[in-house]
Design a protein around this ligand. Structure first.
Ligand code: COI
Length: 373
């Protein structure tokens, strides 16, 4: 049994909704599992950690988070094999949540309680984990201010909620990109490195405009010179060019992706040269012109890897090689490896990224509650 340090109250749902889900067709973000984890910050410490049926939370319209954006989140995934639910690098997400919290003047959350909460929640809702390769249980932790106060200040009280939902692939097909030179995602000194709500809302209009112009997503450029590549949509970017892998350096404006870290680690293991550096759009166009741009893909928790079919920079449309294993050897190898790892089909000996959720103690607590009820 996992040694769980914190006492978490568990109130199981009276009736699971899992039988109503068509696991062969799950749109990303639409289906939510039975339970959620909730904890409150009372101004001094985190209190009342609990697991209860997923449902609405009462909220005042004067909630600070709604007005001034003190809201951060994480995105991660669980899979199941041999009947055992597994998380992927949960401690990295715990760390990153706290980095975002610090940037947004919010309290940090005990990282061991975060991991314990994930173990318990995912074990309790393990029936919701799809067992189709490439599908998974998406986990959404979100922390937000709860003070009823409309003056501009840091809230004293907060909530952390973690809920989950089964998901299929994020993007069904390769994406065409528009190089965005009008709108920017983040500037030096801003909050681009934090996973905060404020980084996502302003990205919706440029994404919508790109869609209307016939592209799937935008490629963000640096905010000063509009010269250096940053991210794609909500993902980190990788290029395979001139026989090397290049990913834009995280110099303060780019999210430090956990998938980005996983891919970089694997690529180095496999003997690829990985350059983590400033990369200009002109350099990409030059490589494309010479026939040396072999692959480009987005990397994030939701999609894992999203292949790019074309990049349009001003009037120039750069078509990339066909999206198949033969032409996109690197990204296919990475995607297959991660999906297989998550499905328990690859050895996890070297890095131990998988984290078992068996025996979290939640089943006993849920059973005791049911009997008491
Ligand atoms: C991810 O790629 O994991 C993301 O951040 C997308 C998410 C906001 C749905």
């Amino acid at each position: 049994m996992a040694i769980n340090k914190y006492s978490v109250k568990v109130t199981p749902t009276a009736k699971s909704r899992v039988d109503s889900v068509d696991f062969s067709n799950i749109p990303f973000g639409k289906v939510i599992s039975d339970h959620m984890f909730v904890a409150d910050y009372d101004g001094k410490q985190w209190v009342n950690p609990r697991i209860e049926p997923f449902g609405a939370i009462e909220m005042t319209p004067a909630n600070l988070a709604l007005h001034y954006g003190q809201s951060i989140f994480e995105g991660m995934k669980a899979t199941k094999f041999n009947g055992v639910p597994h998380l992927f690098r949960p401690e990295m997400h715990a760390r990153r949540l706290n980095i975002s919290a610090e940037r947004m003047c919010m309290p940090t959350f005990p990282e061991d309680l975060f991991v314990q909460a994930l173990e318990m929640l995912v074990e309790l809702d393990s029936e919701w984990i799809p067992e189709i390769e490439g599908n998974s249980l998406y986990i959404r932790p979100v922390m937000f201010a709860t003070d009823e106060y409309f003056g501009v200040h840091a809230s004293e009280k907060y909530k952390l909620v973690i809920f989950t939902g089964p998901v299929g692939p994020y993007y069904a097909k390769p994406v065409s990109l528009w190089v965005e030179e009008v709108y920017t995602r983040a500037a030096q000194g801003g909050a681009g490195e934090a996973k905060c709500a404020g980084n996502y809302g302003p990205a919706l209009l440029p994404a919508q405009r790109a869609k209307m112009a016939g592209y799937d997503q935008v490629m963000w450029m640096d905010a000063v010179e509009k010269k250096y590549v940053q991210e794609v949509g909500t993902m980190n970017l990788f290029f395979y060019m001139d026989g090397k892998i290049v990913t834009p350096a995280t110099t303060g404006t780019i999210l430090r992706g956990i998938t980005r870290d996983t891919l970089t680690t694997l690529l180095k293991d496999w003997g690829y040269t990985v350059e983590d550096r400033l990369l200009s759009i002109a350099e990409i166009a030059d490589a494309h012109g010479r026939g040396a741009l072999h692959d480009c893909f987005g990397a994030g928790t939701a999609a894992v890897i999203s292949h790019v079919s074309s990049i349009t920079w001003r009037e120039r449309r750069m078509e990339l090689p066909p999206v198949d294993e033969q032409h996109r050897e690197v990204s296919f190898r990475l995607k297959n490896h991660i999906n297989r790892l998550r499905a328990g089909l690859e050895s996890d000996e070297k890095y131990r990224w998988l984290h078992s959720c068996a025996n979290s103690g939640v089943m006993e607590l849920a059973g005791a509650q049911e009997m008491a009820g």
